[in-house]
Design a protein around this ligand. Structure first.
Ligand code: SF4
Length: 382
């Protein structure tokens, strides 16, 4: 990678004109490096425009999540890999890239590689780009492979629909998947991971889809990353899901410059809890290629976790801070040793270890709370 075009101490704001140039430059980078292209729904675009109007620049949290910040082009933390969680070695069905089996009791099923919008920080860009290049997922054939796999793998009790985003599927394909799974002799529990509610809440206003989710008794796990994503339209869609007695959860990554502030995290978890959405986990950003703009050093992350825990009641601070890894999920208590000189942290779990390349402190410039929480009284825009 090249030297830093903008050093980490550079706090000059990105003007809308500069951002337009960054967006255009990113198109070429995405093609060359197999990253996800920029994709923003009309609904989310209005949020981005509102943020720019209030701040006068594009370094606000939602813009930073959806459009490339300057550091996307030149900052590397080293030790970055394409597929940190090693999805490809956990694909047990030859010829299928839609089934991932890592934990004995759960299987991930990815019936589509399409998302309603693209997140700059996406940790699955590599596999998703492969799938985009391979063309549209053949849902019926992949579902048939999944059913056969479940029949010969009796320990599996849950199917997690992910992607891509399964809520982007046409209703008939969603119905086929949910009804097929629920009609099996040993029907698995169904969990659905989706960010579509943040990008296009009208998808969840469709009574036929809500009825399908309710009929399948699916648990829905949203990926809200910031309290400003939880707006009136989202609230209305959540009310519809609650009326259908659907179980609702959230989990999300901790992202530098987007949500790396304890008060912001407490706001998000509290707001969702008020709407009967229970937050399960906060994820540590993974060391994948081009992830430096979003990553956080572990020491700062643990300090942030401590502040989050001590400032909030138990129904907020029960949220787990988790790192996904090739060995599965690990947390702070799994740190076995810390090589400070080389920035390498060894995690050990169930007798197995892996080494995590920590994010360097000199690059770890915290997000500015005045910018990330620009609507908050007493926190004027920078
Ligand atoms: S919605 Fe999820 S899978 Fe899709 S781009 Fe965003 S983070 Fe990646």
């Amino acid at each position: 990678m090249s030297a830093l075009p903008h050093g980490p101490a550079d706090v000059s704001r990105t003007t809308p004109a500069e951002q337009a140039a960054l967006d255009a430059r990113y198109d070429a980078l995405a093609r060359a490096e197999r990253l996800l292209p920029i994709k923003i729904t009309g609904f989310y675009r209005r949020k981005l425009d509102e943020e720019i109007a209030a701040l006068g620049h594009t370094d606000g949290p939602l813009n930073r999540a959806a459009r490339p910040p300057r550091e996307r082009f030149g900052v590397s933390a080293g030790h970055e890999v394409a597929d940190w969680v090693d999805d490809r070695t956990n694909m047990p069905v030859p010829g299928s890239t839609a089934i991932i089996h890592k934990y004995a009791d759960r299987v991930l099923f990815m019936p589509t590689s399409v998302c309603a919008g693209h997140c700059q920080y996406c940790f699955r860009q590599d596999v998703l780009t492969d799938q985009h290049e391979a063309g549209r997922t053949r849902v019926a054939a992949e579902l048939e492979a999944l059913v056969a796999y479940l029949a010969r793998t009796p320990l599996v009790r849950e199917v997690i629909l992910s992607g891509g985003d399964p809520m982007t599927l046409p209703t008939r394909e969603l119905a086929l998947i949910l009804r097929t799974l629920k009609g099996l002799p040993r029907p698995p529990a169904i969990r659905m991971h989706t960010r579509t509610l943040a990008f296009a809440p009208k998808v969840f206003a469709d009574p036929e889809r809500v009825a399908l989710l309710a009929e399948a008794d699916a648990r829905i796990v949203f990926h809200f990353i910031h309290p400003y994503e939880v707006c009136e339209e989202v609230e209305a869609a959540l009310a519809g899901l609650r009326r259908a007695d659907i179980r609702l959860y959230n989990h999300f990554p901790l992202l530098r410059g987007v949500n790396d502030d304890p008060d912001l995290l407490i706001d998000l978890v509290t707001r969702l809890d008020d709407l009967r959405v229970r937050t399960l986990s906060v994820y540590v950003p993974e060391p994948i290629r081009f992830s430096a703009p979003y990553r956080i050093g572990l020491k700062r992350l643990f300090a942030l976790q401590d502040a989050f825990v001590t400032r909030s009641p138990s129904w907020v601070n029960a949220v787990r801070f988790t790192l996904d890894s090739p060995l599965g999920k690990v947390r702070r208590e799994h740190v076995a040793s810390w090589d400070e000189a080389n920035g390498l942290v060894t995690f050990r779990r169930d007798g197995r270890s892996f080494v995590y390349p920590d994010f360097p402190a000199h690059l770890d410039v915290p997000g500015d709370p005045a910018v990330m929480l620009w609507r908050r009284p007493g926190r004027p825009a920078a």
